[in-house]
Design a protein around this ligand. Structure first.
Ligand SMILES: [Fe+2]
Length: 270
């Protein structure tokens, strides 16, 4: 299993370089929206390590075609030159009846299926590569429909899942989606996310995908239980952290991940 770290902001470049130098990580996931204007050579020289692309704000389900075509043009250049391990995006709502939402919201997996399928087909064509779509940390009962939605979308479009294990734990804690419901998705996925989560400030308390805490025992237990399904050739696991950059805590989590996916011991020789 290749272990990676997300690079979202310029400020964390020294930390990411330190994690690479210490061999705590093998690659860097770029939140690519933030680096679209960076010269390609500069981006290539940035870390001297493989990269993954995570697209955050394409809003490909609702954005207008000319804007998406311009974005796709730049992304294709970056894909051609940087040869990322994967290209991922989000299936989510960014607005409601013309009003911009503060946080991205979950789609209706049943009623929105046809529209989403059509847009995924189009966006994948525009990017010229397989697209991976991240599962949402559900807070409402509609989350129960997410695993079947992703399996169907994969069958119909070839777009895979960037399976976020801790998002699945959030959905389990918030609305009871069993972790076992994701078995089919995990089996057909090679690229994964994991992160810490936290309680919402407002009541009733929800579990939010905050990327600011150490990995929970529930997440580590989930990874351990399905480690052989996760750990296939060329598989990647990105540890996401966007706040509280506590280096000791981050390194400890990365070492825990290495421990979960360490090759089986050869045993003692006599
Ligand atoms: Fe994620």
């Amino acid at each position: 299993m290749l272990i990676g770290f997300n690079y979202t902001l310029g400020d964390t470049a020294p930390l990411v370089r330190k994690l690479l130098a210490g061999r705590h990580i093998d690659y860097v996931e770029l939140l690519i929206d933030n680096f679209l204007a960076v010269p390609i050579e500069e981006l290539m020289d940035g870390f001297a390590a493989p990269v993954g692309f995570h697209i955050m704000f394409s809003k490909f389900i609702e954005n207008d075609t000319p804007a998406l075509e311009r974005l796709a043009y730049r992304l294709r250049e970056l894909i051609d030159r940087l040869r990322p391990l994967y290209v991922s995006d989000h299936v989510a709502r960014f607005s409601h009846e013309g009003r911009q939402l503060y946080h991205l919201a979950e789609i209706d997996y049943i009623n929105d299926y046809s529209r989403v399928r059509e847009r995924v087909d189009w966006w994948q064509q525009a990017l010229g590569c397989q697209l991976l779509l991240e599962n949402y940390p559900s807070i409402m009962d509609g989350g129960h429909d997410a695993p079947a939605f992703h399996e169907r979308l994969y069958r119909d479009t070839g777009a895979g899942v960037l399976f976020d294990a801790s998002n699945a734990v959030c959905a389990h804690l918030n609305c009871g989606v069993p972790l076992e419901a994701w078995e089919g998705v995990i089996e057909s996925s090679s690229h994964f996310h994991t992160a810490g989560y936290n309680l919402s400030i407002l009541q009733p308390h929800l579990i939010l995908d905050t990327h600011d805490q150490a990995l929970s025992d529930a997440t580590l237990g989930f990874l351990q239980r399905y480690r052989t399904q996760f750990d296939t050739p060329h598989a990647t696991m990105t540890y996401e952290r966007d706040q509280r950059f506590d280096e000791h805590e981050i390194v400890a989590d990365l070492q825990r991940l290495r421990g979960v996916f360490a090759p089986p011991s050869q045993g003692l020789r006599s």
